[in-house]
Design a protein around this ligand. Structure first.
Ligand SMILES: Nc1nc2c(ncn2[C@@H]2O[C@H](COP(=O)(O)OP(=O)(O)OP(=O)(O)O)[C@@H](O)[C@H]2O)c(=O)[nH]1
Ligand SMILES: [Mg+2]
Length: 390
């Protein structure tokens, strides 16, 4: 780190007195030779400094270019690069913990282990390839079966974390529904901790869906307050109800509010495929359930919502790896298909060399997921979501 005087390369005009930190390869973030220059702030100095660098032949970095270089130079794998973006974007403690775990190779290590287990399985059947006419080789069929079952089970386990893992990145879509005047907007405001939605004693107050982001028990949620569901002749209210139905179809979970036993509840539950939490509102009046006025029952409700939306992640804790993107899910699905194709071929009497191609394909799917062999367009997609300077 040293002080340096920055001048325009053509005019030689002094631009700034700045600080330069040098990170020689391969110990920099990207693995390249890297110099970080800190100029004075404000508007004019940084702009003049950038102009001087451009005149000297520099260009602005593309979104995610630094991390992309780090991946290409082997400083981190693709999963760690994704985790870097997730860490920056984290809006809740659970997202931060998950991203940090992935950045510290939690998911990478698991996939590398799976990869070598598949290669070991391939080594087990290699004997059959070399000596096909021998009935009982040194490797028993049970051993091959056992090894295949273990690795298949591990891939399937990881795949099962995908729905909640992806939900963790995007926030669980929680839709509040119920009859007009059930207390939905009041509960929405109570969960957000701000008076966001209008509350009145007039049924049909909420006409449009209102969406807001909030953190519940450390987990990210997108909460939607909707227009009360009823057969309304009023056109605007009817439109609002249509919007409610669209949200209900997309919901990860639904909070159904009722002041007392709602005769329409059963019909409602039958229409919704997402899990539904039923809550009694206005507990300060009715004596049972949750009160948006006094706050009674709210902590229990928060815990219940986190449990329904993220129960599997809560049970797994922060140590077990979780997959968090559609990219991860589709790679693991491909690996699983190949593992199953291997077993079908093997039990169907296909010769060992041909069955091994499925194991190779499963390894390739994992390699692409880790980023050992990643096609350009996959890299483009991953880094397009990055911000400039990362
Ligand atoms: N005492 C009491 N009153 C409540 C509570 N929650 C809501 N209310 C009242 O119930 C009425 C309706 O509340 P809202 O939150 O607007 O109900 P809503 O379900 O959003 O109604 P719509 O938007 O018309 O569908 C208002 O007068 C609220 O003040 C509560 O916990 N305790
Ligand atoms: Mg309302």
């Amino acid at each position: 780190m040293f002080r340096a005087r920055l001048s325009h390369p053509d005019s030689r005009e002094p631009v700034d007195d700045c600080l330069a930190a040098c990170f020689p390869a391969p110990h920099s973030y990207t693995g390249d030779d890297l110099v970080e220059i800190s100029t004075h702030g404000g508007l004019v100095v940084p702009a003049a400094a950038l102009a001087a660098f451009a005149a000297a032949g520099a260009r602005p970095a593309q979104p995610g270019e630094f991390t992309r270089r780090a991946v290409l130079n082997g400083k981190m794998d693709l999963l760690q690069a994704e985790a870097t973006a997730d860490l920056i974007d984290a809006g809740s403690p659970a997202q931060r913990r998950r991203a940090l775990h992935q950045l510290e190779r939690g998911l990478s290590d698991r996939l590398v282990a799976l990869r070598s287990e598949i290669l070991e399985l391939e080594a087990l059947i290699a004997y059959d390839i070399d000596f096909p006419e021998e009935d009982e080789g040194p490797v028993s069929p049970q051993r091959v079966r056992g090894a295949w079952e273990v690795v298949r089970g591990r891939v399937a386990d990881l795949l099962r974390t995908a729905p909640e893992g992806e939900r963790l990145r995007e926030g669980a879509l929680l839709v509040i529904a119920g009859r007009p005047n059930a207390g939905k907007s009041s509960l929405f405001n109570a969960l957000l901790g701000t008076e966001r939605a209008i509350v009145t004693e007039i049924p049909g107050t909420t006409r449009d869906a209102i969406e807001a982001y909030t953190v519940i028990e450390g987990f990210p949620f997108r909460i939607v307050d909707t227009a009360g569901l009823r057969d309304s002749g009023e056109r605007i209210e009817q439109l609002g109800i249509e919007v409610s139905k669209k949200y209900l179809a997309a919901a990860d979970l639904v909070l159904f509010c009722e002041e007392r036993d709602d005769p329409s509840r059963a019909a409602f539950l039958a229409q919704v495929s997402a899990p539904v939490v039923v809550v009694r509102t206005k507990a300060d009046v009715t004596g049972d359930g949750v009160s948006a006025v006094t706050g009674r029952g709210l902590p229990e409700l928060r815990r219940r919502l986190a449990e329904v939306a993220f129960g599997k992640l809560l049970a797994l804790g922060d140590v077990e790896p979780v997959v968090t993107r559609a990219r991860h899910r589709s790679a693991l699905e491909r690996a699983l298909v190949e593992l199953d194709a291997f077993w079908t071929a093997r039990t169907g009497g296909v010769d060992a060399a041909a069955t091994a191609t499925h194991l190779r394909a499963a390894v390739l799917a994992l390699d692409e997921l880790i980023g050992a062999v990643t096609p350009e367009d996959v890299l483009d997609r991953v880094f397009a979501a990055f911000c400039v300077g990362k």
